[in-house]
Write a protein that binds this ligand. Structure first.
Ligand SMILES: Nc1nc2c(c(=O)[nH]1)N[C@H]1C(S)=C(S)[C@@H](COP(=O)(O)OP(=O)(O)OC[C@H]3O[C@@H](n4cnc5c(=O)[nH]c(N)nc54)[C@H](O)[C@@H]3O)O[C@H]1N2
Ligand SMILES: Nc1nc2c(c(=O)[nH]1)N[C@H]1C(S)=C(S)[C@@H](COP(=O)(O)OP(=O)(O)OC[C@H]3O[C@@H](n4cnc5c(=O)[nH]c(N)nc54)[C@H](O)[C@@H]3O)O[C@H]1N2
Ligand SMILES: [Mo]
Length: 682
């Protein structure tokens, strides 16, 4: 067989924004990917992939892939384009950006997130390019910065239990995470623990598929996790369940927290969280007396006003019971801090190219407001150009009425690097075709395990697609930016990313396990300056419960008009807004829907399957009602994140979410949102 027709298997990595970062075996026949499977040898992946990524070839060879540069040919936002050559597109884009940069480079704003989590196709040449220009910096807050900064303030880094250790736990609190949907490979270890007698408890306002399979479901009100954590602490204190020795040696400032926790007896906690009092008491007893006890905290619970404080409070729990002492005990929110020292972010991103300039920072979570802002001394120049890659802000950013108004500005020059004509690409002046994971090289870390992975290109780029890195290299050259580092190859970048690892081994095996201690905090050793868990963090004070901005208890006047709390967690078969256009996955999800409890549906005359209008002071969203026990009374679940143009009336759930930010980390409060629901008029 000639090389072009031979079958071969290529080692890859799943690029998606998910804690699992699976190792892939990609089968190629006659130059075409025929199958993507999980690597059986990679311990976290253990040969299994989720439904979404096992359909990867369907996404890559999708008939609607953008495979040539496109130039806008109709009004902004209408998605009308004509194909143009790379030469024409890059020449024009370079001229437009150079003119803006000559006035003030800060008027140029990059907008990117984790469409790919790859270190190369994420922030490598792109970051160098924007740093060299002196463009605005982007505060990448849309997902995890509240919890991430809270965890770092408490432990000194984003560290926690090793994924594999959950198999040895006897009690696991799955807290704000629908693991079966969004962290499947953790669920496998939780199942292993369950078979060995562990008890699984799901703490989530929604009765998720994960809650269905746990022994207990604690359906608290959204945004009340901080109160629950304080209530649990109260019980630990009054019942003598503290590990006084661990606290004395490894916790700095516990006294101040003790005083706060004593104000949260089970009755008050139960009232604020909307739970039975006995459930609070029993949960505290189980957590304190079952050993080893583990918490899988996830980002779902930090998308509300007090999300950062709530993470700080939950993160204290294993320190108060000494759960860290045992294998199978402790907590994991994010593992990304483990990679510190192994990944050289500065080498990839080259912040030194700013050469002393200090551009302003735009928060990606308030892009709606910021696109509509005029120039001012406080804000700086009006945003004149937006370069979007690895993200779909028109669908995923909060308060889409403002986001879309911003993207429709005629005086905004927008370039979108994409695989598909997403809602965001529809608003572009130019769409540039990007390669997918099957077509480019990359190196990956993970936020749910402790392995570095490589992704070798399996096939040549489809059509005229180019890797993000290559697009920024060519754009830099067109703009006359001559720095050698703007032309470094993906091969060079891959080695720069992980300078201390055995690159040959990584390349051949597909992944390497980091050499790390087994139990990070068994005997203290937190990464804070004093080596202890920090209660009273500089600038943040002692953690406390902060009620949601929008809830019946905290905003009664608003709740009189919009009485239902809405959360918008991901639909299982989508990944944020990725995969919504993959027909086989979309057909599993059916249509955009909002889940309501029968007690909320009946007085509104809403029948199961009826079209409803979900609305508040920000906007209005049309979708189908799904009535049943997945929603608790008073809370509705608007599953996300659909493409607007594939939903009813061109809207999605972010029509309703707000741009208010969390207490810590400047993150969005997607799940802090009051709404009303009514039957839609025909
Ligand atoms: N299939 C799938 N997998 C994904 C994603 C996806 O879109 N689809 N997204 C990926 C991304 S970007 C991320 S950040 C991670 C997210 O990972 P997780 O944070 O685990 O996110 P979810 O699975 O959305 O779980 C959030 C859960 O939190 C619940 N929740 C909402 N509000 C509250 C609250 O106030 N308190 C508590 N305790 N729970 C609450 C929701 O009902 C939901 O079940 O998942 C990643 N994996
Ligand atoms: N209401 C509500 N809104 C939410 C959330 C929620 O739970 N509720 N979740 C939030 C969270 S946690 C997150 S992380 C954000 C995620 O929001 P985004 O980071 O915008 O994620 P996606 O919607 O998956 O969009 C990623 C896009 O990147 C593109 N892409 C993938 N790989 C590449 C590549 O190699 N090159 C280029 N150029 N493009 C690529 C994909 O085609 C896709 O369109 O959404 C947030 N929005
Ligand atoms: Mo996320």
């Amino acid at each position: 067989m000639s090389p072009a027709t031979a079958s071969r298997t290529v080692r890859g990595a799943c690029p998606h924004d998910c804690p699992d970062t699976c190792a892939l075996r990609i089968s190629v026949e006659a130059g075409r990917v025929v199958k993507v499977a999980g690597d059986p040898d990679h311990p976290p992946t253990h040969g299994a992939l989720c439904t979404k990524v096992s359909r990867y070839p369907e996404r890559t060879y999708h008939p609607e892939r953008v495979l040539t540069p496109l130039k806008r040919s109709g009004p902004k936002g209408t998605g009308q384009f004509v194909p143009v050559s790379w030469d024409e597109a890059l020449t024009d884009i370079a001229a437009r950006l150079s003119a803006i940069a000559a006035r003030d480079p800060q008027a140029i704003v990059p907008y990117s997130y984790a469409g790919t989590m790859g270190l190369l196709q994420g922030e490598s040449i792109a970051a160098r390019f924007f740093h060299r220009l002196g463009a605005s910096l982007l505060d990448r807050t849309i997902c995890s910065s509240a919890g991430g900064e809270a965890l770092a303030a408490t432990y000194g880094g984003k560290l926690g239990m090793h994924l594999e250790h959950y198999a040895d736990s006897k009690l696991i609190l799955i807290w704000g995470s629908n693991s079966i949907a969004s962290n499947l490979h953790f669920w496998t270890f939780a199942q292993q623990a369950k078979r060995q007698g562990a008890r699984l408890v799901c703490i989530d306002p929604r009765r998720t598929e994960t809650a269905d399979k746990c022994h207990q479901h604690v359906a608290l009100l959204p945004g009340t996790d901080g109160a629950l954590a304080l209530g649990l602490m109260h019980e630990l204190i009054v019942n003598g369940w503290l590990d006084e020795d661990y606290i004395a040696r490894h916790v700095d400032g516990f006294e101040a927290l003790r005083d706060k926790a004593l104000a949260w007896p089970p009755e008050r906690t139960a009232q604020v969280c909307g739970l039975p009092v006995d459930e609070v008491r029993a949960l505290a007893r189980d957590y304190a007396t079952t050993k080893p006890a583990a918490i899988r905290l996830n980002y779902g619970m930090q998308r509300c006003h007090g999300g950062g404080n709530a993470v700080r409070l939950v993160a204290m729990l294993p320190c108060l019971t000494g759960a860290w002492r045992r294998r199978g005990g402790g907590l994991l929110l994010s593992a990304s801090g483990w990679f510190r020292g192994f990944v050289d972010g500065a080498a990839l991103q080259r912040p030194d190219l700013l050469a002393g300039r200090k551009p302003r920072t735009i928060n990606m979570s308030t892009i709606g407001d910021d696109l509509l802002r005029e120039a001012s001394p406080a804000f700086g120049p009006k945003i004149a150009a937006l370069l979007v890659y690895n993200s779909n802000p028109v669908a995923v950013a909060p308060e889409s009425p403002k986001v879309t108004a911003g993207f429709r500005r005629d005086d905004l020059f927008t370039v979108v690097l994409e695989h598909f004509l997403t809602d965001t690409a529809d608003h572009a002046d130019y769409v540039l075709p990007a390669t997918t994971q099957l077509e480019h090289l990359d190196v990956h870390t993970s936020y749910g395990h402790t392995y570095v992975l490589i992704n070798h290109p399996a096939v040549a780029p489809l059509g005229e697609a180019k890797p993000n890195t290559q697009i920024f290299r060519e754009l830099a050259a067109r703009m006359g930016l001559t720095d050698a580092c703007l032309q470094e190859s993906d091969q060079q970048l891959a080695r720069q990313a992980v300078p201390s690892l055995d690159f040959a081994q990584l390349s051949e095996q597909g992944w390497v396990k980091l050499p790390l201690p087994e139990q990070p905090f068994a005997d203290g050793g937190f990464l804070t300056p004093g080596g202890k868990v920090v209660v009273d963090a500089p600038g943040l004070g002692v953690p406390d419960y902060l009620p949601p901005y929008e809830s019946r208890q905290s905003a009664p006047a608003l709740a009189a008009r919009y009485p239902l709390a809405m959360i918008s967690p991901p639909a299982r078969n989508f990944l944020n807004s990725s995969f919504v256009n993959v027909t086989s996955l979309r057909s599993i999800e059916g249509e955009p829907r909002v889940e309501l409890h029968p007690d909320d549906a009946a007085p509104r005359g809403i029948a199961d399957g009826a079209m409803v209008r979900v609305f508040n002071q920000r906007g209005s969203y049309l979708c189908k009602a799904a009535i049943g026990p997945r929603a608790r009374p008073g809370v509705v679940n608007g599953l996300g994140v659909w493409w607007r143009k594939l939903g009813a009336a061109g809207t999605n759930v972010n029509e309703l979410t707000s741009q208010r930010l969390t207490d810590i980390g400047r993150a969005p409060t997607f799940y802090d949102c009051l709404v009303e629901v009514e039957a839609a008029r025909a």
